[in-house]
Design a protein around this ligand. Structure first.
Ligand SMILES: CCCCC/C=C\C/C=C\C/C=C\C/C=C\CCCC(=O)SCCNC(=O)CCNC(=O)[C@H](O)C(C)(C)COP(=O)(O)OP(=O)(O)OC[C@H]1O[C@@H](n2cnc3c(N)ncnc32)[C@H](O)[C@@H]1OP(=O)(O)O
Length: 227
């Protein structure tokens, strides 16, 4: 079903945008997963290349993406919590190992630090109704896109306090969508954001959302969370 991307995309990432995280974060460099793999469709690869080209002038930046939370956004997270010695939490969106089966995505951060765009391909394990993505998967995509934006705004840990989504059109499984999020207001610890999920041609608005994130102290795992 999926066509793999050419070597060009990998090379573009390897030479510049796919920055390795600071070595202080872990003993073995985690693998950056926000790059093309064999599960990416031709449409996903094409849009990724387009966003990389747009990022070339510095107005946007691709955010490296790993399987564990604290390996993420190394600059931003390290600013917030200092050098990290323990492994971060597993990230829900990266929990499916099979390439192309779950969420395939790359998030781009605008130079303002107040806007994120997530290019995402929703794989067959995310099916709800026959042939369409589960609403919870769309919510996860939105939460992560606005959450990353809130994290960049706060430069500290944040938690979703409120997420309101209007589902306007079903998203076909395998579709490539763009979730576009921006900060609307920042009041003390409260960060208000909006998000729109569209197809890559911007013909269809699949969902729109508003969210409230609250800046918190670095979250500690509860005692039972040792699995
Ligand atoms: C997002 C990044 C997470 C960080 C991870 C780090 C590294 C990983 C990096 C990157 C990963 C990439 C992307 C992120 C991916 C996914 C994001 C997932 C995020 C989540 O999946 S997260 C889980 C779901 N989330 C919860 O599990 C929250 C449960 N909840 C609580 O833990 C508390 O409830 C909390 C902390 C929210 C607030 O508690 P609190 O004690 O700190 O603050 P307090 O209650 O005093 O409220 C202060 C002011 O906010 C107002 N306020 C509060 N809640 C409100 C509401 N619901 N509606 C309207 N206003 C509200 C109050 O009215 C007051 O307003 P005012 O100051 O004006 O009076």
């Amino acid at each position: 079903m999926w066509r793999s991307c050419g070597a060009g995309a990998r090379a573009a990432v390897a030479h510049g945008l796919g920055r390795a995280p600071p070595t202080a974060l872990c003993s073995v460099s985690p693998q950056d997963l926000a790059v093309p793999n064999t599960g990416w469709s031709a449409a996903m690869c094409e849009q990724f290349q387009r966003l990389l080209r747009r990022a070339a002038d510095g107005s946007w930046r691709r955010i490296p993406s790993y399987r564990r939370g604290l390996d993420y956004l190394p600059e931003v997270v390290q600013m917030a919590v200092g050098v990290v010695t323990r492994p971060g939490p597993r990230l829900f969106l990266r929990s499916v190992d099979e390439e192309g089966a779950g969420f395939e995505y790359a998030i781009f951060l605008h130079a303002s630090g107040h806007r994120t765009q997530c290019l995402c391909q929703l794989g067959p394990y995310l099916e709800g109704h026959h042939g369409f993505a589960h609403g919870g998967a769309i919510a996860t995509l939105i939460d992560s896109t606005v959450g990353t934006c809130a994290l960049a705004v706060a430069k500290a840990s944040v938690m979703t306090a409120k997420l309101s989504i209007s589902y306007l059109a079903p998203v076909p499984v395998g579709a490539v969508v763009v979730a576009d999020s921006r900060m609307e207001r920042h009041e003390g610890r409260k960060i208000f954001l909006s998000c729109h999920v569209r197809d890559t041609k911007r013909d269809t608005l699949y969902a729109e959302a508003t969210a409230l994130f609250i800046q918190v102290e670095d979250t500690k795992p509860p005692p039972a969370a040792s699995l």
